[in-house]
Design a protein around this ligand. Sequence first.
Ligand code: NAD
Length: 368
Amino acid sequence: MTNPSLLILAGDGIGPEVMAEVTKIIKWFGDKRDLPFDVSEDLVGGAAYDVHGVPLSDDTMAHAQEVDAVLLGAVGGPKYDDLDFSVKPERGLLRLRKEMDLYSNLRPAQCFDALADFSSLKKDIVAGLDIMIVRELTSGVYFGEPRGIFEEGNERVGINTQRYTESEIERVARSAFELARRRNNKVCSMEKANVMESGILWREVVQRVHDEEYPDVELSHMYADAGAMQLCRWPKQFDVIVTDNLFGDILSDTAAMLTGSLGMLPSASLGAPMANGRPKALYEPVHGSAPDIAGTGKANPCACILSFAMALRYSFDQGEEATRLEQAVEKVLADGVRTADLMQSGDGTPATTTEMGDAVIAALDASL
Ligand code: NAD
């Protein structure tokens, strides 16, 4: 049997620094858990532009379509700010998402006990929080036509169109229900059916997919504005939230900040199943290339490490090993090992990126 394949696109800024720690962890799973991966590496973002004149080459795109999962670091940086829009580093990431048709964006909001003090909310509201936002990623108002700025009478009008087909709603709903079955079996769907026709259709279709295919999962519906309030009031009432592209963009960032630092947040973007049954998949930390700390050894590698844990769970069906890795991160934090972003002034000396990665490996060793 061939090993599962992983394409690493470390990208720019702190991307290669955090990915170096993930690479050590991937090797650990090969050596210690008999889970070897065929790992290849390539360029994306500014790093690709420097070599190929484009932020993602056709060869890299073709390779990304063939592998079992893509792991991405981060793209962008001031060096590339003045480039033409068509070759900006972010276009490389957008091309991957679009051509792999990654319609389901999974953004966990998980609060490690050791970090509960970092939340802007009271500790008892966030301690132990573990929810997942599923955001539709390839349609809705960011893509709908007509769009543009037009002349109308003696003034201009800006237009964007919220548009969802039934099949687009069905597939992201299935993704959320499947996910809920692996978690606490509860989905809350959020839209604005009170004021938007696309919201009425969204609610109808999610309900139908539920009734026909997932009656065992508990389903509720909530208007997205009420959902935002509930996320801040009592987030632990939720398990999986499924919502459209625009509301998901806002709600996932809101939920993420309940948990503290950007350096801790992983994500997954999943598409349709491939011939081998695995979904097309891209895993990446939520943070960017952090040019302000690139090259200083201050970057927290946990978001990228936890993105690999998501790959273990969602692409490679290794839920127990994913939990092992997540618990290793949790143990390191509980032991007080912190990168600078997880410290307050006067907290002592922060761990470097490498020290954090090494501590996670030591915790993995201790888990055996
Ligand atoms: P950013 O996420 O890179 O940084 C925001 C702040 O958080 C910075 O102070 C940074 O030092 C800190 N931070 C981020 N990740 C961290 C980590 N792992 N450990 C410790 N601290 C961390 O966002 P930005 O500054 O707005 O953007 C910088 C560049 O990244 C821009 O070019 C932007 O376009 C790009 N960007 C890329 C992605 C991506 O690749 N998915 C996402 C967001 C921004």
